[in-house]
Design a protein around this ligand. Structure first.
Ligand code: SAH
Length: 348
């Protein structure tokens, strides 16, 4: 079954569900994930410097610690100069991609975002800029792209409409989330999507739908991580997602999308001390260490017990390098664009 998945980059729904649920084929699955990753990316691990620039959010996603309704969250915003300073520091540390992520914060107008993006590109012409600011209009996305943004991360969170509605307030719709992803592709961004593993009410069938949606979308990057509980959300009593299921999904994703950029996420590193290394060992090939100022790190609290909230950027960078190398991989210093499939599946 695993050979077939590797050859055809696809399996039936029932077979995919079986691989997610069973222990039995796990070792072979993990080995195949690592083998396909090595075929396409060798031992290279791409790094992205993550700048969490605002935790203000107008949305009220039921799982998220920075939801508008969480009155206990202490809010912050970084101004353009702080963001540019983070990029400058990141550049010195070898980052060639900067990811600006935040809550959906209308304080940052299109004009402000465009100004920040073009300034980063002016300072660091050899770098890629990735935005992750949630849902905006086609025109806004196009303006960001025209000022130099290269990539956009917007997880679909769950592809099942019914499940989506259980995770979000009525003001948010699965259709508009997906519309945004198609808009971003049309404009020309390298698009990243993804989903949480083990979010409340999620079934294995929902996870199969997530894989099917990604097959349609064909994103450059696919980010997944375990759902992790935050004590000040309506989901406070739900358990965390499972590390094992998350690792199996990373391996499955690697076999279905051999060229995709797949991060070993902070959530994976939070659920287990060696979570990110395990992610790399089953097929992930990207890590996204934090470049935000230490003073605000703790405040970007999507979930409880988030790792790396106390370290300076330089310490994070060195710690990660040690971890990546100890796991048998190597950090690559370049923009880390996605490789595309050439004839007979050779990466180009
Ligand atoms: N506002 C942006 C960025 C969201 S934060 C947007 O809407 O895209 C980035 C990701 O963190 C989310 O897409 C979600 O998948 C993840 N996340 C949020 N809360 C989480 C939680 N409690 N556990 C695990 N992941 C979470």
């Amino acid at each position: 079954m695993i050979d077939r998945l590797r050859r055809n980059m696809d399996l039936g729904d029932g077979e995919l569900a079986f691989l997610m649920e069973t222990d039995e084929r796990e070792r072979d699955l993990f080995e195949a994930g690592d083998a396909v990753r090595r075929e396409n990316y060798g031992v290279d691990v791409y790094i992205r410097g993550l700048i969490e620039f605002t935790n203000h959010c107008k949305n009220d996603c039921l799982y998220c610690g920075i939801r508008a309704g969480n009155s206990r969250a202490k809010r912050y915003r970084l101004d353009a100069d702080r963001i540019l300073a983070c990029c400058g520091e990141g550049y010195e540390l070898g980052f060639r991609t900067f990811v600006l992520q935040g809550g959906e914060d209308p304080h940052y107008t299109d004009g402000m975002i465009c100004g920040i993006v073009s300034e980063i590109k002016r300072n660091h012409g050899d770098c890629a800029v990735t935005l992750s600011l949630g849902e905006r209009s086609f025109e806004s996305y196009r303006a960001f792209f025209e000022s130099g943004a290269d990539r956009y991360l917007l997880r679909h969170e769950t592809a099942s409409d019914e499940h989506y509605r259980r995770l979000h307030p009525r003001s948010m719709s699965p259709g508009s989330r997906k519309r945004c992803l198609w808009d971003l592709k049309e404009i020309g961004y390298q698009v990243g999507s993804g989903f949480m593993v083990g979010s409340p009410y999620q079934t294995t069938e929902d996870l199969v739908s997530d894989l099917r949606f990604l097959q349609e979308l064909q994103p450059s990057m696919i980010g997944i991580g375990p759902y992790l509980t935050h004590k000040d959300t309506p989901f406070r009593d739900f358990p965390n997602g499972s590390l094992k299921v998350c690792l199996r999904l990373i391996a499955i994703l690697r076999l279905m999308f051999p060229y995709a950029l797949i991060p070993a996420t902070t959530a994976l590193g939070t659920i287990a001390p060696d979570g990110r290394e395990l992610g790399l060992s089953v097929g992930a090939n990207v890590v996204m260490p934090n470049l935000s100022p230490v003073a605000v790190r703790r405040l970007y609290g999507l979930y409880d017990n988030k790792i790396c909230t106390g370290d300076e950027a330089a310490e994070c960078r060195m710690c990660l390098q040690r971890r990546v190398e100890a796991a048998g991989y190597r950090i690559a210093i370049h923009r880390g664009d996605v490789k595309k499939a050439g004839p007979r599946g050779v990466a180009v």
